[in-house]
Design a protein around this ligand. Structure first.
Ligand SMILES: *[C@@H]1O[C@H](CO)[C@@H](O)[C@H](O)[C@H]1NC(C)=O
Ligand SMILES: *[C@@H]1O[C@H](CO)[C@@H](O)[C@H](O)[C@H]1NC(C)=O
Ligand SMILES: *[C@@H]1O[C@H](CO)[C@@H](O)[C@H](O)[C@H]1NC(C)=O
Ligand SMILES: *[C@@H]1O[C@H](CO)[C@@H](O)[C@H](O)[C@H]1NC(C)=O
Ligand SMILES: *[C@@H]1O[C@H](CO)[C@@H](O)[C@H](O)[C@H]1NC(C)=O
Length: 645
């Protein structure tokens, strides 16, 4: 280990320590303490955030969700005791504006120390049958707590009579020394609602998730947040209305949903984690119980496995010998899955040996993939070890023309053998990089792009739970005899819970270089937009015939600049000729090619939310494909006319 490695490992170690440590936390998160109105335990921030910042008074921000009674600039500013003009300015609305119900509103406040806690004061006249809890939780949505209200209004009776004016201390805070050293200028008290993770909230305000966790004394092991509590978001710049507009939060708690995959134990070698959703209640179906058991078993296996963080080739992203113990676990797993995996045929090793002439080199396709002949049909047989049950379980659930079909499995001496449908024309990479003079027509290219988009859209939307492929590249797309595309290699696929905005995070960056989206490389964020980015790169390769991924690895900016001369300059059409695959010259409709390039440009946006969804891509490509068919017809007619008679 050389010096810089040593330094960086010490650094990582220190970071881990600091993340777990509450001592370094700026403010403790309130957790569920809000409901215990009689408790005087001040170990969480239930009375307010401790006055521990560098200033005793500062500019701070709150969020509030518009409700029927409080949905205009004037009613909200009156409730929270802020100036209507500041409020309308910060939210970029007119002073007479009305907000939609549940729309998030930003509130600028001056936050000051009152005794040992920070607060900003509002005042409120109690209504019929109000309790402190109701005022804190329902009226002020968690911006105050019953404990803080009681402490603030200790001169009044516990039972509030209607029409009493009370002081409402709203929860705010000023940056600590260490936050300030990191460039944090403001703290925003974000009101958590149902179904939110720290990652979502920090993403919304474009702040580092680690620093958001730390600001609230949360850690990677302990990150659960609850609705109607405040989460401090450390900001370098004032928040802007563009960060809070968007889909309104879900109004009700998710019912009968499987809880998100929270690791059953926090093993240190397990480097990926999922941020927990708040308050998931409700009955679990039998299926989801089974799913959870399966998940736990995957997890046990996964903990012991390390995948190389390097480029993965077709069919070979997971290679590591299993030891005896893992064997037993696989067997365990296999026993448990075999009852579920009824549609899969279980082959004996002898059957597969016979199919592949005892795995002879003559039958080797590539890597550890063999061509076998089973009952007269070809099949691709892939020898694997590693996290195989996961791939089996996923493939067993999907049945789609554009996703490679798993037809059977075999387990022998610690190795898995997966039997797939056979795609006779092999990987797309051979065709787009023009190996052995293989050439595709414009029409075929559009159909292939449409096929891939269809397959990914199915994976993103219709598998249950939805999945992200995570390793789309030109060697993981296979072509059948009719040049229809099938996506293969689901070894890295990950499930997403499917509810909007619930994202997984990982530190375990795996995939193929050049195809990995910037937010994944930088923050390990896993969303379907990862596949959209990879799809953009892949389409660019399909159109240009160049190894874009290898060439522009990590150079997203240069990559999109490559499209500028075509999309944004006057002589775009001439520039298009330089970009397109030379073997296509004169044989493609330039209007349509421009449309595809525009689509690619959108897929490669740095900001994941600016990329289209697979569904939208599918719609655009379908239109392009329809026009392409008429282009092909015109070509053949004109060719016909130029034929010598
Ligand atoms: C909690 O309350 C005790 C006294 O009641 C006080 O000494 C202590 O500083 C408080 N701690 C916090 C974090 O506010
Ligand atoms: C808000 O006020 C502006 C003038 O200041 C007026 O033109 C507009 O119609 C008003 N909008 C509403 C919804 O009242
Ligand atoms: C809030 O009001 C209380 C009394 O109602 C007062 O003691 C305190 O100083 C006020 N705090 C701020 C920050 O204005
Ligand atoms: C707290 O208030 C919210 C509305 O702001 C409400 O949906 C929720 O049920 C309340 N919690 C309790 C425990 O009453
Ligand atoms: C407060 O109200 C509750 C019922 O709402 C009643 O049982 C209790 O005696 C009242 N306490 C006081 C001090 O008035």
């Amino acid at each position: 280990m050389n010096y810089s490695q040593l330094v960086s490992s010490i650094y990582i170690f220190l970071c881990l320590i600091s993340c777990c440590s509450v001592i370094l936390a700026q403010q403790p998160y309130i957790r569920k303490a809000t409901t215990l109105c009689d408790s005087t335990d001040n170990s969480t921030s239930v009375f307010g955030y401790t006055c521990n910042g560098i200033s005793r008074s500062c500019q701070a921000y709150l969020t509030f969700r518009a409700q029927p009674q409080f949905d205009t600039v004037s009613t909200i500013s009156k409730l929270l005791g802020v100036g209507p003009s500041q409020l309308s300015q910060l939210n970029s609305v007119a002073q007479n504006a009305t907000f939609e119900t549940d729309q998030m509103v930003l509130i600028p406040v001056t936050c000051s120390c009152s005794g040992q806690y920070y607060q900003t004061n509002a005042s409120y006249v109690t209504q019929h049958e109000n309790t402190y809890f109701f005022i804190a939780n329902n009226t002020f949505q968690g911006l105050s707590t019953c404990q803080a209200l009681q402490a603030q209004n200790s001169n009044l009776a516990r039972n509030l009579s209607t029409g009493t004016r009370i002081t409402v201390p709203l929860r705010c805070a000023c940056p600590t020394k260490s936050q300030s050293d990191d460039g944090v200028k403001y703290l925003l008290s974000y009101l958590v609602t149902w179904g939110q993770y720290v990652i979502m909230i920090s993403e919304k305000f474009r702040v580092n998730t680690g620093s958001a966790l730390k600001a609230n004394g949360l850690s990677e092991q302990d990150f659960t947040i609850y609705p109607f509590t405040t989460l401090l978001v450390p900001l370098q710049d004032p928040p802007s209305s563009s960060q809070v507009v968007g889909s309104p939060p879900q109004p009700s708690p998710p019912s009968s949903k499987t809880p998100p995959s929270v690791p059953p134990s926090s093993g240190s070698s397990k480097k990926s984690w999922v941020f927990a959703v708040v308050g998931v209640l409700g009955g679990l179906s039998i299926a989801s119980v089974v799913g959870t058991i399966i998940f736990c078993m995957f997890f046990r296996k996964k903990k012991q496995k390390t995948k190389p963080a390097s480029s993965s080739q077709s069919f070979e992203s997971v290679e590591k010998p299993l030891n005896k113990k893992e064997d037993e676990e696989s067997q365990d797993f296999w026993d448990s899955i075999s009852s579920i995996a009824q549609s899969l045929k279980v082959y004996t090793f002898e059957e597969l040996r016979a199919a592949t002439e005892d795995f002879s080199p003559a039958c080797l396709i590539k890597g550890s993939v063999y061509r076998g002949s089973i009952n007269g049909d070809f099949a691709a047989i892939k020898k694997m070890n590693g996290d195989v049950p996961k791939e089996i379980n996923l493939l067993n659930k999907i049945n789609h023309f554009n996703l490679i079909r798993l037809s059977g499995v075999c387990f022998n001496e610690g190795n898995w053998y997966l039997v797939y449908e056979y795609a006779v024309n092999g990987p797309l990479s051979d065709w787009i990089h023009n190996i052995d003079q293989k050439l595709l027509t414009w029409n075929q290219r559009v159909q292939i792009a449409l096929d891939i988009a269809t397959g990914l859209n199915y994976l993103h939307r219709y598998t249950s739970p939805p999945h992200v492929h995570k390793d789309l590249n030109s060697s993981n797309v296979l072509l059948d005899g009719d040049f229809r595309a099938k996506i293969a290699n689901f070894g890295l696929a990950r499930s997403t819970d499917g509810q909007e905005g619930q994202f997984a995070l990982t530190r375990h960056i795996v995939g193929t270089k050049g195809y990995m989206a910037p937010e994944y490389l930088e923050n390990g964020l896993i969303t379907p937009k990862l596949d959209v980015y990879a799809f953009g790169i892949l389409m660019l390769e399909i159109l240009t015939g160049k190894e874009v991924a290898a060439f522009y690895e990590g150079l997203t900016t240069q990559l999109t600049e490559m499209l500028i001369p075509v999309l944004h300059e006057e002589n775009g059409k001439e520039n298009l000729r330089n970009l397109m695959d030379p073997s296509l010259q004169g044989k493609y409709p330039s209007e349509l090619a421009m449309l595809v390039l525009r689509l690619i440009d959108h897929c490669l946006k740095k900001e994941p939310s600016h990329r289209p969804s697979m569904d939208e891509i599918l719609q655009s490509l379908s239109r392009i494909s329809t026009s392409t068919l008429s282009y092909e017809t015109t070509i053949s007619i004109s060719e016909y006319h130029t034929l010598p008679r």
